[in-house]
Design a protein around this ligand. Structure first.
Ligand SMILES: [Ca+2]
Ligand SMILES: [Ca+2]
Ligand SMILES: [Ca+2]
Ligand SMILES: [Zn+2]
Length: 329
């Protein structure tokens, strides 16, 4: 390519980017009432709006990873070092790279629909959307991951406090989940409602179950389910993403370009969330950070159509968390 063509391409890209920013701004500015809907509960998402409420801080992550390593080491000691002379029960600092045994299971899903009335924008999403969400989970976690999801029960609760307060108030969250949660550590409880602050969903991590079993599960914006009104986040992959957290995964941009990132080796480091579907994005560069950003990964913030995969390392991590924290528990 000549210098002139490169320059032209750069200018073209800059113009396009500015146009997109402008578009974004106008959508955000009008999002309250420009879609002709009387209800304020139908969100219109600008491209930069995906927000997940599952954001553990460094201290929490260190706690979870320490606990995870302790359990991995315990398992390694039980399996490999039994009776070996000189083997010591104290945990070694080296992580065990062996993939988790087993992995894969049929997971019972308890789906809790929270409403504030009978209309769609009141959260009354209908059975078809729930069935479609289960199918999306099966497509995402089936195959080589080997997890399938089966709807065990659906509950519907008309409670506007729970519907609008299902995120951001620990007392409302606790009240709602304590009243509705079913099953044990290996059962998935999903709540559909209207989390505030543009949050599309949030989840609890496997290690949280032991101390807070009642809070275990996934909360989803009702309109993020397949066919919902939260475009471009309405193909059910908010559900996939949050169940990914529930299975032990962090965001692909966790930790940015430094440290352990998302604690998965085969997902390229990523400085910040990717929105839309920015092909070719490379936010951590140089020899230490080979590979383009994992924008097609379910654990990034891209549009639903753009995210379609978990990496092999993520599958291994999910298997380890499944067997150590959830299976049969
Ligand atoms: Ca990584
Ligand atoms: Ca890179
Ligand atoms: Ca997708
Ligand atoms: Zn998330």
């Amino acid at each position: 390519m000549s210098k002139f063509r490169i320059l032209t391409a750069i200018i073209g890209f800059a113009v396009l980017a500015l146009a997109l920013v402008g578009l974004n701004f106008s959508i955000s500015a009008q999002s309250d009432n420009s879609n002709g809907q009387a209800s304020a509960h139908i969100p219109v998402f600008a491209r930069s709006d995906r927000a997940c409420g599952t954001n553990p801080g460094d201290v929490k992550i260190a706690e979870m990873e320490n606990d995870f390593q302790r359990k991995l080491n315990q398992r390694a000691n039980n399996n490999g070092d039994k009776g070996k002379p000189g083997s010591t029960p104290t945990p070694t600092p080296t992580p065990t790279p062996t993939p988790g045994p087993g992995g894969g299971a049929e997971i019972s899903v308890y789906f809790h629909v929270i409403t504030q009335g009978s209309g769609y924008s009141d959260g009354n999403i209908g059975q078809l959307a729930i069935d479609a969400q289960i199918q999306v989970l099966n497509d995402a976690f089936g195959g080589s991951s080997g997890y399938s999801f089966k709807l065990a029960a659906t509950t519907t609760t008309n409670n506007s406090t729970w519907f609008n307060g299902c995120y951001g108030s620990s007392s409302i969250e606790s009240q709602m989940k304590s009243a509705l949660r079913q099953g044990s550590a290996d059962d998935l409880n999903i709540y559909s409602c209207n989390p505030s602050n543009g949050i599309l969903g949030y989840a609890t991590f496997p290690s949280s179950y032991q101390n807070s079993p009642n809070l275990d599960g996934v909360v989803l914006l009702y309109s993020s389910l397949p066919g919902g009104t939260a475009a471009p986040y309405n193909e059910g992959d908010t559900g996939t993403h949050e169940v990914g957290h529930w299975m032990g995964l962090y965001h692909t941009f966790q930790g940015g370009c430094s440290g352990n990132g998302d604690y998965v080796d085969d997902t390229a480091a990523e400085r910040s969330p990717a929105y839309g579907c920015p092909g070719g994005r490379d936010s951590c560069t140089g020899n230490r950070y080979p590979g383009l950003d994992p924008i097609t990964n379910f654990m990034d913030y891209t549009d639903d159509y753009c995210m379609f995969e978990f990496s092999g390392g993520q599958q291994t991590r999910m298997n380890d968390f499944w067997t150590l924290y959830r299976a049969g528990k």
